[in-house]
Design a protein around this ligand. Structure first.
Ligand SMILES: [Zn+2]
Length: 291
């Protein structure tokens, strides 16, 4: 049985298209559009009764907490953490106070807002090897109560797309009960125009699009072969990387998500991240490095 894991990195719009010279902002801009994007994605999932995880940048709760709660506080949704302000966590590995803020304080704000435990983290940007070799980051995570992390989210040398890495325990770094659940394929924001390094030659087991997708159908086609690949090769799961703001920028109805869920739902079971963590926790040998 292979799962399609629906997970959304929930941060605000990243406006490289209006002001590339000023750099980027993940948190304080375009709040209304951000909320519309979250609502569009949530709506597609609610219509299909399809579970999803939303990893929240906690700063967005300071800016729009009641609105986010109104959209996301549903039994179908798993609410987890995407740090407080979306920094590069490995760059903060020697700054314990900053890690506490980004990991422990963010977790507490999300837990207080939704009244539910947070045990999962998505690392901003993602890395080729995740937090392997970064025990100081893993230690703050573990102490704060995280039990799984999506920190593998890039291909070789920090390029895109991410490959189809499967879960592993951080045993070699001293945290045998902390699970990595890698994310897969394109980052939809980069697939649809945000500058980043893309690996050449192609490394995914299906072709790159021949041009940048501008609509829902094009985004769907760039991700969909992963569904059949995961089924055919018996992967534990396929977890493509998506952002509500970026989905919404391409299609106001999030039709790329509708198409993926309809396709996946016919071939696999759709789930969210925390149930996948519990499934692997019950069957630890499904992930590598278990001693
Ligand atoms: Zn992010």
């Amino acid at each position: 049985m292979s799962y399609y894991v629906a997970a959304y990195d929930t941060e605000a719009v990243y406006p490289w298209w209006d002001r590339p010279q000023d750099g980027f902002s993940y948190t304080p801009e375009h709040i209304a559009e951000f909320l519309e994007g979250v609502d569009a994605v949530a709506g597609v999932h609610l219509e299909r009764n399809a579970p999803a995880s939303f990893f929240l940048v906690a700063k967005m709760l300071e800016l729009a907490g009641p609105q986010l709660r109104a959209i996301l506080d549903q039994p179908l949704f798993d609410i987890q953490c995407h740090t407080f302000t979306h920094p590069n966590l490995i760059a903060l590995r020697d700054d314990k106070n900053a890690l506490q803020y980004e990991l422990a304080d963010a977790k507490k704000l999300i837990e207080d807002t939704f009244g539910r435990p947070v045990i999962g983290l998505t690392a901003p940007g993602g890395y080729t090897d995740g937090f392997r070799g970064h025990p100081t980051v893993l230690e703050v995570m573990w102490e704060a109560g995280y039990r799984y992390v999506r920190s593998v989210g890039k291909g070789p040398n920090g390029t895109l797309p991410a490959l189809l890495d499967q879960p592993f325990w951080y045993t070699q770094d001293g945290f045998p009960e902390l699970l990595e659940t890698p994310s897969h394929a394109w980052h939809d924001n980069i697939l649809t125009g945000q500058p980043a390094q893309v690996h050449w030659p192609p490394l995914l087991p299906w072709p790159y699009p021949d041009k940048m997708p501008h609509d829902a159908q094009g985004v769907y086609r760039a991700y969909a072969p992963g569904i059949d690949y995961a089924v055919r090769h018996g992967l534990i799961y396929y977890m493509p990387i998506f952002h509500p703001w970026s989905i919404y920028r391409v299609d106001k109805q999030a039709a790329q998500i509708t198409m993926l869920l309809d396709d996946a739902g016919a071939k696999m079971e759709i789930t969210s991240c925390t149930p996948i963590y519990h499934h692997i926790h019950r069957h630890p040998a499904l992930a590598a490095d278990k001693m």
